[in-house]
Ligand binder design. Structure first.
Ligand code: ATP
Ligand code: MG
Length: 552
């Protein structure tokens, strides 16, 4: 990986200080997704931070699944997440880790807490527990079961594990402080009874540890040095530290919080993304309109472009609300120098070159990239009939028009200057065909005695390849679709986020393997779909337009 130099931020400063002082010999981070959905652009920020630090300081980064909610977690999600991390260009240290690998250790630590009088089995119902918990302005009250002797707690906890009690009837709670101003310290539940099949442990357990209890111990067992998470966990840090201080764990990682990425015109919550999928608003988790890593990949975004985006948005504790244009800009810049340029027509209008003459009218070779001769070249074939873009013709053009208009001249990219002689219309007055004539003196030469400024793209009808083109627009019409109190985010779906059209491309794209990217000149960057082939017809997804069409 040869990315530009990292941008300095407060977490890097902490890591550097810890390495300089000898507090740590090496940095160890982890990326801890829950396998309950596909990862999105916000996760990409966290991945680039955690794996990026490990790379920059020659440390290591673990991939650990936080699999403590068996009902929502699947193998499909877990394997998609691994694909995403690798596709972004990162490799985790050693084997994939699972919080469930630590279930036996977590259980033993829970017994240790009980024995020390620091955890108790509670029989309150969830409603009662909520009531006892108090509010932000009112201290909580002790559960009547808080005073149980440790021996009884140990016996009950063992029986919880053995499956003697129904789901939800009892919990194990840490005994901390019911009057703490921090609600997270008011005797948080650390184990619950739940008969659910787990993707890794099957039916071995009917009690599952809670996230806050599991996460800190998992970090400690892996000797993570810096445990990086988003700001909503700031109030959980005292609990993170409390658990580790009570137990004989091998290390005490430092939790550091940073702000989550919010991207305008989309949502970054697995729950909401799941809703888009299950309710059929998109074709799946990898629909190219989704802000998921799978979706962005299918759309044609590059790992380098996404990494560059996360570099640009930085890491801090202040709000990180970013416009889509920043992401698109990073992708566009990456593609600009990397991908071959060819011609395709997405809204085709037939154009007949009336003085086309076999033997006289010639095709020309053209390079695939103006600055990269090593990309090679191809022959841009011409024939009597060609396709041009409908909106490159206007009968009553605005001032300064440099494209097709009756009597006007324009250059066909990599070919001749032509003059538009006549437009053929149907009964309703729609232009169905243009008749034009070639100036045969203009192949690779300027016309004599006049300037022709306009250049349009086109393809030869007898050589081109039919393509399906998916034109994507923003999925939502509102910058913060889930930011309205009284309105559901789905109300802001953009009904025109996808337009599918039939077009034509130069024949040289015929061999395009899935995920091959091109610039279609004047139109944007496109990517051959990973999945869809309709017989001979290749499908191309528009990755991004050439210019930002939104900020004008
Ligand atoms: P979601 O809210 O979408 O369900 P999550 O936080 O529950 O996300 P996890 O699988 O727990 O999803 O996240 C794994 C890691 O990614 C966590 O460390 C989390 O802090 C981080 N992360 C999740 N969303 C963002 C975001 N928008 N910006 C930065 N980091 C994020
Ligand atoms: Mg989470």
């Amino acid at each position: 990986m040869s990315d530009p130099a990292p941008v300095q931020h407060f977490i890097r400063s902490i890591v550097e200080a810890d390495l300089a002082s000898g507090k740590h010999a090496a940095v160890t981070t982890r990326f801890p997704p829950e396998p309950n959905g596909y990862l999105h652009i916000g996760h990409a920020k966290s991945i680039c931070l955690n794996f990026g630090l490990a790379l920059d300081y020659q440390g290591s980064c673990n991939l650990r699944f936080d699999d403590t909610n068996p009902e929502k977690e699947t193998e499909e999600y877990a394997s998609a997440i691994q694909d995403d991390v690798r596709w972004l260009g990162f490799q985790w240290n050693g084997a994939v880790r699972w919080a469930s690998d630590y279930f036996p250790a977590l259980y033993d630590y829970a017994e240790a807490l009980i024995t020390k009088g620091l955890a108790y089995v509670d029989d309150l119902t969830p409603e009662e527990m909520r009531e006892y918990r108090g509010t932000l302005t009112q201290a909580g009250r002790a559960s009547p079961f808080r005073a149980r002797a440790w021996e009884e707690n140990l016996d009950l906890f063992r029986r919880m594990k053995a499956g003697e009690f129904p789901d939800g009837s009892r919990t194990l709670r840490a005994k901390i402080d019911m009057a703490s101003p921090n609600m997270n310290l008011r005797d948080p539940v650390i184990y619950r009874i739940k008969r659910a099949h787990h993707i890794r442990t099957g039916d071995a357990w009917c009690i599952y540890p809670m996230y806050d209890y599991t996460h800190c111990i998992s970090d400690a067992l892996e000797c993570i040095t810096h445990s990086l998470c988003t700001l909503e966990f700031e109030d959980h840090r005292p609990l993170y530290d409390w658990v580790l201080e009570q137990l004989p764990v091998p290390s005490h990682p430092r939790q550091i919080e940073f702000s989550r990425l919010e991207l305008h015109y989309t949502v970054t919550s697995k729950r909401k993304l799941n809703q888009l999928v299950t309710q059929g608003h998109v074709s799946g988790w990898d629909d190219p309109r989704m802000p998921t890593i799978h979706g962005m990949r299918r759309r044609g975004y590059t790992p380098e472009g996404i990494r560059e985006f996360t570099r640009r948005i930085g890491i801090s504790k202040s709000e990180n609300v970013v416009d889509m244009a920043v992401l698109e800009g990073a992708i566009r810049e990456d593609l600009e120098t990397k991908v071959p340029r060819v011609m395709a027509v997405v809204h085709p209008l037939k154009l007949v070159l009336s003085n086309y003459q076999d033997g006289l009218t010639a095709s020309r070779a053209a390079g695939f990239h103006p600055n990269h001769p090593e990309f090679g070249e191809r022959i841009v074939a011409i024939s009597r009939e060609i396709w041009v873009e409908q909106d490159d013709y206007s009968e009553n053009p605005p001032a300064g028009w440099q494209r097709l208009t009756p009597g006007g001249e324009v250059r066909l990219r990599y070919s001749y200057v032509i003059r538009c002689d006549e437009a053929i219309k149907d009964d309703e007055g729609n232009v169905t065909e243009l008749r034009c004539s070639i100036d045969h003196e203009t192949l690779g030469k300027n016309p004599v005695g006049r300037k022709v400024k306009g250049v349009i793209h086109w393809v030869s009808a007898s050589h081109c390849l039919p393509i399906e083109v998916r034109l994507y627009d923003r999925l939502f019409l509102d910058p913060i679709p889930d930011g309205h109190k009284d309105r559901d985010f789905l109300e802001f779906l953009n009904p025109e986020s996808l337009t599918v059209v039939s077009g034509w491309a130069e024949a040289c794209v015929r061999e395009a393997a899935p995920e091959t990217r091109y610039q279609f000149e004047r139109l944007g960057y496109f990517c051959a779909d990973r999945h869809d082939y309709r017989g001979e017809r290749l499908a191309f997804n528009r990755t991004v337009t050439l210019k930002d069409n939104w900020s004008k």
